[in-house]
Design a protein around this ligand. Structure first.
Ligand code: FAD
Ligand code: PYC
Length: 416
């Protein structure tokens, strides 16, 4: 791995970056791979990395229709946490947070994890009662989460209106201290560079257009750059999961919807913690650059347009100003959306599909950034062993036949 001295950093800064080595190669597509991973977002790249690192399967291609991290991975608002309700989710998301805690070291890439806390606001006596019970459940599942009072909320979220005149007065909060934010692109780039160094081929500008399936088993993948032979395919395309499933001849219980977010002009550091109000349907954090990063609920209709509508944006801004009236004159700088994969019980699908040799990772909806390492880790295990790991066995497609749902709607943070 190439390292740079201070002198070479300065030289490159004034020489338009000439002489920098590429962080990963741009190899030609081979005719055959042991595993083809579809989707160069965090989950696809992490799957490829763990296939090579943990299972010694390095003849792997990651096929990305656009550029790596250009989907939801590079569009999300970077919140990481593990404060889920059910034991299956708590185990999965806490494992993910632990992998985040070691990620910069593991990948030798600074993913800028900032564990300054994830604060969820409670606005009624009922919220408080339900959430204090949820905290007990989290403790039983080994997840850190604490009840904090209004004065502590005000300290953690400077400028917040804790007055009784608020439309939704604040009654306290739940704080997960190990929660926080991480740099989204860094996660994609870190996994990409590490997977590449283990021999994985990352092929950008390569869209999957169809599959070769014989007697119910996958034999190959058709792409905009030619056909590849393979007996194993791992799909990790988030909002485009149903499109890929349709190409393979099966249906998924997934709807694709736009989730939008926006950032303000940069301000001096104000917030350390990420703050979320499920009642108002909004959340806010501050990036290391100083921008306020804000978002809310889904645009509630199916769409593949990565824009989002103005009504939802207005709702988000109104909610943020209701919580923080002193931000009303801050300028909004950018707005965007990503297409997320919504499942009825707000829990992911990681496992087998009806096609032999084809596996899928999807259904993370509004909350899969935090799951990137565990999603990749469990997917790689499932592909390598043709059977799920204990951490993802409850998250199979079978639950839509058996009814064994894991309803994390309330823990998803923002409603979906
Ligand atoms: P993506 O990053 O979407 O990657 C899928 C890739 O597949 C894309 O790059 C796409 O180009 C590619 N692809 C699609 N079709 C094809 C094809 N036919 N051939 C080849 N490639 C294809 N989660 C959190 O945990 N915390 C948050 O704070 C958070 N905030 C969010 C805010 C917003 C505005 C959005 C949109 C999402 C947010 N999420 C959050 C959710 C999170 O971003 C996603 O769940 C997660 O990033 C999904 O990662 P992925 O790798 O599965 O998908
Ligand atoms: O899942 O924590 C989350 C989240 C925060 C903002 C969007 N999703």
């Amino acid at each position: 791995m190439q390292r740079y001295s201070t002198l070479s950093l300065v030289k490159n800064a004034v020489s338009h970056h000439e002489g920098w080595a590429q962080a990963w190669r741009s190899p030609d597509l081979k005719a055959e791979y042991d595993v083809v991973v579809i989707g160069g977002g965090g989950h696809g790249l992490a799957t490829a990395y763990y296939l090579a690192k943990e299972h010694g399967i390095a003849k792997v291609a990651v096929l990305e229709a656009g550029w790596i991290g250009g989907g939801n991975t590079g569009r999300n608002t970077t919140v990481v946490r593990s404060n889920y309700l059910f034991p299956e989710s708590a185990a999965f998301y806490d494992f993910s947070l632990k992998l985040f805690e070691g990620m910069s070291q593991e990948l030798n890439f600074n993913v800028m994890l900032r564990q300054a806390g994830m604060l969820t606001l409670l606005h009624s006596r009922h919220d408080v009662e339900v959430m204090r019970r949820n905290i007990n459940a989290m403790h039983m599942n080994g997840v850190d989460a604490d009840w904090i009072n209004v004065a502590e909320v005000a300290k953690l979220a400077p400028g917040i209106n804790v007055g009784p005149e608020a439309r939704y007065p604040i009654k306290g909060g739940i704080l997960q201290k190990r929660g926080g934010v991480a740099r989204h692109d860094g996660v994609a780039w870190g996994y990409a560079r590490a997977a590449d160094s283990l021999g994985v081929d990352i092929i950008q500008q390569c869209a999957v257009t169809g599959f070769d399936i014989k007697a119910g088993a996958v034999q190959g993948v058709q792409t905009s750059r030619g056909v590849i032979r393979t007996k194993k395919v791992a799909i990790a395309v988030a909002g485009h999961s149903s499109v890929l499933a349709d190409m393979a001849g099966f249906r998924l219980p997934v709807s694709s919807m736009a989730l939008q977010a926006c950032v303000s002009e940069p301000l001096k550091p104000v917030f350390d913690a990420a703050v979320m109000s499920p009642a108002l349907g909004v959340y806010i954090s501050q990036s290391d650059k100083g921008e306020l990063v804000m978002g809310g609920g889904l645009d509630l209709y199916p769409s593949y347009a990565q824009r989002g509508n103005v009504g939802t944006l207005e709702h988000v801004i109104a909610g943020v100003i209701e919580l923080f009236p002193n931000l009303s004159r801050v300028k909004l700088m950018r707005q965007w959306a990503g297409i997320v994969d919504i499942v009825h019980d707000s829990s992911p699908i990681i496992g087998h599909t009806p096609v032999e040799g084809m596996y899928i990772n999807c259904g993370f909806g509004t909350g899969g950034f935090k799951a990137t390492p565990a999603g990749g880790w469990t997917m790689a295990h499932t592909v390598a062993h043709d059977k799920p790991h204990k951490l993802n066995e409850a998250f199979s497609l079978k639950r839509f036949e058996t009814g064994a749902f894991i309803d994390e709607m309330g823990a998803a943070g923002i409603s979906h």
